[in-house]
Design a protein around this ligand. Structure first.
Ligand SMILES: Cc1cc2nc3c(=O)[nH]c(=O)nc-3n(C[C@H](O)[C@H](O)[C@H](O)COP(=O)(O)O)c2cc1C
Ligand code: SF4
Length: 431
C-alpha cells in the first residue's frame, strides 16, 4: 500500500510508451511546445527568472539552484557561449539518467534547448558515459530527428535563434562526471578537474563561458515552462520542489526507478515502493544518494528525502541512488569495496586524495581480513578528516564521507573485526 496518497510522475509518465522516444510520439504528447513558447514568446531573462522562481535544484549531486547557475552566465560576450549536458552518470547506485536518455531523449533535448536560449548558447555538448552505448545511440537518433524537424540548427523553429548539439562519448572514468574534469575530457585532454575559480560560467568548454547541468535537471525544465512555477512547487518541499527519480538497488524485492516528490520519507521508498528486504531479513543501513553519500542506519529511515533534512543527519540526496543493505551485510566489507573504487578512480592531482584514498583502502582491507589494530579506527577518521575540503575537486570529500558514515553508525562492526580477528559476517557479499 502506498502511503503517499498520489504519486505524479511527470518525467516518467510515458516511459512505458516506446513511441515517446521518437519525435512523432513526443510531439503527439505536446513535446517541443514549451521550447517553442520560450524561444518565440519569452526573453532569455524571463526564462531564467521563471526557473529561479520554480526553485529547481540541480539533480547531478550538489543540488545547486539551476536558475541561479544560469544567471551567472555573462550576457554580452565577444564569442560563443556553450551549454553542457552532464550524462556521465558514473556514481555507483545511480541509473536514472540512463533511463531518461533511453526512454525520453526528446524531453532532455527540449530542456537543453530552453536552457540554451536562456543563457544565449550557440552550441551544446552532451557528454555521455563511455559505457552507455544504447543511451548514446538514442540521443544521437533523437538529435538527428530534431535537426530533420527544424528544431535544431539555423533559424530553428523559424526564429532568429541558431543552436547545434554535439554528442561526445566518455571513455569510462568516474572523474569525468565532475564538471571541470568533464570539460577537460571534452576538449580531448586528460580528465583532470580544474582549479576553481574561474568557474565554468567564466572559463568553461574551450575557455568559453559555459553552463553544465545534469540530464535530469534538463528534463524538468519543459514542464516548468509549460505548467508554471506554482504547479512545480506543488510537488516536493518548500526548499526542494519537484520530483526526482530515485534509483533503488540492493537488498529489496523490487529494485528499480521510482519518481517521487522530494521529501518522500526514505522508509516509504525502501518498503512501500521497492518492497523492502527479502523475507526474514531486516534492513541494516541505506545509502540515500549514490555511493559517495554517507550511509544511514535503519532507525533513521524516517528522514524526508530532501537536502534540508538529510543534512541534519550528516548526509545528502546526491543523485538519489538509494542502496539498501540488509542484516547479512558486513559494513567493513562495504567500506573496503567503496574505498577500492575511490582509490582506483582518483585522478591523482592532489596528494590528500591520491594518498588518502590508498590509505583508506589499505586499512579497511586489513580490518576486513582480521588483521586490524585497535587504533585503526582513529587512523581512518584522521585520514578521512584530512581529505575533506582540501583538494581541487569534491572527489576527495566523496571518498572520505562514506568511511566516516560507516564508522559513525556501525562502529561495532569494526570493533568486532578487531576483537574476533576475522569477519563476523560469513553471509555478506563476496569481494
Ligand atoms: C567526483 C564527482 C563526480 C560527479 N559525477 C557527476 C555525474 O556523473 N553526473 C552529473 O550530472 N554530475 C556529476 N557531478 C556533479 C557535477 O560536477 C556538476 O555539479 C553537475 O553536473 C551540475 O549539474 P546540476 O547543477 O544540474 O546538478 C560529479 C561531481 C563530482 C565531484
Ligand atoms: S580531489 Fe582527487 S579526483 Fe579531484 S582533482 Fe584532486 S586528486 Fe583529482
Amino acid at each position: 500500500m502506498l502511503k503517499v496518497p498520489y504519486v505524479t510522475s511527470y518525467l516518467t509518465e510515458h516511459f512505458g510508451d516506446d513511441a515517446f522516444g521518437t519525435i512523432e510520439g513526443y510531439e503527439a504528447k505536446g513535446g517541443y511546445r514549451a521550447a517553442r513558447r520560450a524561444i518565440t514568446q519569452m526573453s532569455p531573462d524571463e526564462v531564467v527568472e521563471l526557473v529561479k522562481e520554480s526553485g529547481l535544484q540541480g539533480r547531478g549531486g550538489a543540488g545547486f539552484p539551476t536558475g541561479m547557475k544560469w544567471s551567472f552566465m555573462p550576457k554580452e560576450t565577444d564569442g560563443p557561449k556553450y551549454l553542457v549536458c552532464n550524462a556521465d552518470e558514473s556514481e555507483p547506485g545511480s541509473f536514472k539518467d540512463r533511463i531518461l536518455m533511453e526512454r525520453a531523449p526528446h524531453l532532455v533535448i527540449e530542456g537543453m534547448l530552453i536552457a540554451a536560449w536562456a543563457i544565449g548558447a550557440s552550441k551544446s555538448f552532451i557528454y555521455v558515459r563511455g559505457e552507455y552505448a544504447y543511451p548514446a545511440k538514442q540521443m544521437m537518433r533523437a538529435v538527428q530527428e530534431a535537426y530533420d524537424r527544424g528544431l535544431l540548427g539555423r533559424r530553428l523553429m523559424h526564429s532568429d535563434f541558431n543552436h547545434d548539439i554535439v554528442i561526445q562519448r566518455g571513455a569510462g572514468a568516474y572523474i569525468c562526471g565532475e564538471e571541470t574534469g568533464l570539460l577537460e575530457s571534452l576538449e580531448g585532454k586528460k580528465g583532470q578537474p580544474r582549479k576553481k575559480p574561474p568557474f565554468p560560467a567564466q572559463f568553461g568548454a574551450f575557455g568559453r563561458p559555459s553552463t553544465v547541468n545534469n540530464v535530469e535537471t534538463f528534463a524538468h525544465v519543459p514542464h516548468i515552462v509549460s505548467k508554471g512555477t506554482d504547479w512545480f512547487r506543488s510537488f516536493g518541499t518548500e526548499q526542494s520542489p519537484g520530483t526526482t527519480v530515485f534509483g533503488v538497488s540492493g537488498h529489496v524485492l523490487r529494485p528499480g526507478l521510482f519518481e517521487l516528490p522530494l521529501g518522500t520519507p526514505l522508509q516509504e521508498i525502501v518498503f512501500d515502493h521497492a518492497g523492502g528486504p527479502p523475507e526474514g531479513r531486516r534492513v541494516k543501513g541505506v545509502i540515500p544518494g549514490g555511493m559517495s553519500m554517507p550511509i544511514l542506519p535503519a532507525h533513521q529511515l524516517d528522514v524526508p528525502m530532501a537536502n534540508e533534512f538529510l543534512r541534519e543527519r550528516k548526509t545528502m540526496l546526491g543523485t538519489g541512488g538509494v542502496m539498501v543493505m540488509d542484516d547479512t551485510t558486513c559494513m567493513v566489507r562495504v567500506g573496503e569495496l567503496v574505498s577500492y573504487f575511490f582509490r582506483d578512480e582518483s585522478c591523482g592531482q592532489c596528494t590528500q586524495c591520491r594518498e588518502g584514498t590508498g590509505w583508506l583502502h589499505q586499512i579497511l582491507r586489513r580490518l576486513e581480513r582480521g588483521a586490524g589494530a585497535p587504533d585503526d579506527l582513529d587512523i581512518l577518521l584522521d585520514v578521512a578528516g584530512s581529505m575533506e575540503g582540501q583538494t581541487i575537486c569534491a572527489f576527495a570529500d566523496a571518498a572520505a564521507w562514506p568511511v566516516q558514515g560507516l564508522i559513525r553508525h556501525f562502529r561495532s562492526d569494526f570493533e568486532e573485526h578487531i576483537r574476533q580477528r576475522k569477519c563476523p559476517f560469513p553471509e555478506s557479499f563476496e569481494l
